[in-house]
Design a binder for this molecule. Structure first.
Ligand SMILES: Nc1ncnc2c1ncn2[C@@H]1O[C@H](COP(=O)(O)OP(=O)(O)O)[C@@H](O)[C@H]1O
Ligand SMILES: [Mg+2]
Length: 361
């Protein structure tokens, strides 16, 4: 068995009947026991991928291998997959116990009621819903329904767990709590998990790795921190990070990077980070707000138009070239709305992208 490539997706493509190409040529691997987050904006193809993994949709082309075996022609029920749907899909007329037991009591491998009950009780204990066993779903909170759906997905002891935005119906505080619980649970069970979310913070906090999609194409497949430190392209730089990255239109010419009112010498860049020689032309210079901060001297002179407190830090907002930009500072920095200040960029932390989003620095 190849543990590094427990799940292999190769050149997967999905064109829906109406001609829409939802997944364009997607390849990735998932390591056994890992919790991998599929991240991306609404409509980028996350559910389509889960449905192909589960066998609910047949790919137009490409391969899906579980533990080295191509499963594209394998029936959903024979794929050894647990699926937690976005809307939970609990059976309303059944109790919690009956819901959790259900998969064990149908199909050709069904087991006796007593055995099924024993297994269901184990997973209800793991998901902390034992005391709800006689309740109907309509009496449960969103978080409780979520746990029932997870327990029901786990009773068949599948090899792979698929979860489609499992926290999107919960309030903010509960999301934080349950995402930690899900990570603890899947690690305890040791199950390989693909967790879909559109929330970058959620993905960063629980994923062993993240695969970021846009328009049916993988943008980056990497450990969380690299989405901040080494974004593959401009889409990634913009999608990941809170507050969002600052973008300045610049032009490179005669060894200078010129913004509408700043200049940086190309020679002052960290030459090791240049991906190619910087040819003359238009680029986007992007910098995370924590890497453009007030200093005695700096590239940009800014009038602070607003200061927003976000917990232990503050966001200084300023206008640049008709657009709002941000500097992230700690609470001690004595700058207030209306102040004029210099902002210095950390030149070893800025990024340069071509107009079509390719990273060059
Ligand atoms: N049955 C379908 N027929 C045609 N287009 C679809 C169908 N289902 C989804 N799509 C389209 O495919 C794209 C990806 O959808 P989906 O996988 O649901 O995205 P996500 O889960 O990332 O929000 C979207 O543009 C969506 O409108
Ligand atoms: Mg979806």
């Amino acid at each position: 068995m190849n543990e590094e490539q427990f799940v292999q997706v190769k050149h997967l493509k999905m064109i829906y009947d109406n001609g829409h190409e939802a997944i364009k040529d997607v390849s990735f691997n998932v390591k056994k026991g890992d919790l991998v987050c599929l991240l991306g904006p609404s409509g980028c193809g996350k559910t389509t991928i889960l449905n192909m993994l589960a066998g609910l949709l047949t790919p137009t082309s490409g391969e899906i291998l579980f533990d080295g075996k191509n499963v594209v022609k394998v029936q959903p029920k024979d794929r050894e997959i647990g699926y937690v749907f976005q809307n939970y899909a609990l059976y309303p007329h059944m109790t919690v116990l009956q819901n959790v037991m259900f998969p064990l009591t149908v199909g050709k491998n069904k087991i006796s009621k007593e055995e099924a009950k024993k297994i269901a009780e184990k997973y209800m204990a793991l998901t902390q819903i034992t005391e709800l066993k006689d309740q109907k779903p309509s009496n449960l909170s969103g978080g409780q329904q979520q746990r029932v759906a997870i327990a029901r997905a786990l009773v068949m002891e599948p090899k792979i767990l698929l979860m489609d935005e499992p926290l999107s119906n919960l309030d903010a505080r509960l999301r934080l709590k349950i995402r930690e619980e899900i990570r603890t649970l899947v690690k305890e069970v040791g199950i390989t998990t693909l967790f879909v979310t559109h929330d970058q913070e959620e993905a960063l906090s629980i994923g062993d790795k993240i695969i970021l999609f846009n328009n049916g194409v993988i943008q980056q497949d990497d450990e969380g921190q690299n989405f901040y430190l080494e974004p593959n392209n401009h889409f990634v730089a913009n999608f990941v990070g809170n507050p969002v990255i600052d973008n300045f239109e610049v032009e490179v010419n005669d060894g200078l990077i010129k913004g509408s009112d700043f200049e940086i010498k190309v020679a002052d860049l960290d030459q090791k980070r240049l991906k190619t020689e910087l040819s003359a032309g238009k680029y986007i210079l992007s910098v995370r707000p924590e890497n453009i901060i007030p200093a005695e001297t700096g590239e940009i002179k800014a009038l602070i138009t607003d200061v927003e407190l976000i917990g232990r830090e503050r966001i200084l907002k300023f206008d640049y070239d008709g657009k709002q930009a941000r500097s992230l500072v700690d609470l001690e920095t004595p700058i207030k709305t209306g102040d004029q200040t210099c902002l210095k960029m950390r030149l070893d932390r800025i990024f340069l992208f071509t107009a079509d989003g390719k990273r060059v620095y």
